[in-house]
Design a protein around this ligand. Structure first.
Ligand SMILES: [Zn+2]
Ligand SMILES: [Zn+2]
Length: 328
């Protein structure tokens, strides 16, 4: 299980050296006669982060096999600066596979290397350029939402970090003119000097952006819990969403990352756990699925993939479907 702690969706603390693991050879994707041709148009709006190994359109196929209605992808290798050029024919085949799939939203998550809040001018400039490229790629693929972690202030303080992050997003937008991708600022666990641990930090960034129509928030349950907000008790959970509404506005909540947490509330440690098996337990997920305000907000799993990359996703998705069914 150690390797799964470092799954690509579980951003490691930059101060802890990454443990090198030998990647296991990936099983070829087998054509399954049971794979539906189209995603369901009813049921909870759930999905998972899917690998694009072998080609972007394979993420669509993988999502259909898990019978999800939504999917999140990286549009490039998330741990490298360099990106393979997206040819127009690849974009077109992705867009048509997506259209045929009936999947409601496909969302993109940006690279782990990007730090829009960095006080280091060279790293910040590199981040701005890489983020502009993320915007262009999402636009070319027809993807409406791009999730980003606001960055780390690296000791320069949260306020200065938020201001730099906002200015960096503005500069990236200027480098990617004509893109209408909505940037989703993700609430983070608050490891190290990362920004977005408090809703106020996300608001400070959001408030400085000129295109307020092109910014929203991604609410990661593991992160919000690790950052110190209560999602576990019914009253605490209600208060957390009230606070979110007061600081950011619930209408800005455009995406959930539904992850349980290995660590306790306020630990500021970002380690995702399978749903119902961590410190959050089942109730927070049941509440989110039952809340009519969130019915149209996609809920994406970023839980460890396990050995074959499918079994645990199936289990976590079944868990969510069960919770959703109990409500109707
Ligand atoms: Zn996380
Ligand atoms: Zn997340």
């Amino acid at each position: 299980m150690a390797a799964s702690f470092l799954s690509p969706v579980n951003r490691p603390n930059p101060t802890i050296p990454r443990v090198k693991t030998t990647p296991k050879p990936k099983r070829p994707l087998r054509a399954s006669p049971r794979a539906p041709l189209r995603a369901s148009e009813s049921g909870p709006l759930i999905g998972a982060h899917m690998s694009v190994a072998g080609g972007l359109t394979l993420a669509i196929e993988r999502a259909l096999k898990l019978r999800t209605r939504a999917v999140q992808i990286f549009t490039k290798n998330a741990s490298q600066w360099a990106a393979k050029v997206l040819e127009e024919e690849h974009c077109a085949s992705f867009r048509s596979a997506w259209e045929e799939s009936g999947l409601a939203p496909v969302v993109a998550h940006d690279s782990y290397l990007i730090n829009l809040a960095s006080p280091d001018p060279a790293l910040r400039q590199k981040s701005i350029e890489a983020f502009a490229e993320e915007l262009r790629r999402a636009e070319a693929l027809g993807i409406r939402f791009l999730v980003t972690h606001p960055g780390a202030h690296m000791g320069s303080g949260p306020a200065a970090g938020c201001d730099r992050a906002a200015e960096s997003i503005e500069r990236a937008r200027a480098l990617a003119p004509g893109t209408s991708v909505i940037v989703l600022l993700e609430a983070v666990a608050g490891q190290g000097t990362t920004l977005g641990r408090r809703f106020e930090e996300l608001a400070r960034i959001r408030d400085q952006l000129s295109r307020r129509d092109l910014v929203g928030v991604c609410f990661d349950t593991c992160h919000v819990h690790a950052a110190g907000y209560d999602l576990v008790t019914e009253k605490g959970c209600e208060e957390t969403f009230e606070e979110f509404d007061a600081v950011l506005g619930l209408e800005t909540l455009r995406l959930f990352h539904v992850n349980d947490s290995k660590n306790e509330r306020g630990s500021r440690v970002d380690r995702h756990e399978h749903l119902g098996r961590g410190r959050l337990g089942p109730e927070p997920f049941a509440r989110i699925l039952r809340d009519t305000r969130f019915r149209t907000v996609p809920k994406i799993l970023e839980t460890p993939k396990g050995k074959d990359g499918v079994v645990m996703d199936r289990r976590n998705l079944a868990f969510l479907r069960r919770l959703a069914e109990e409500t109707t």
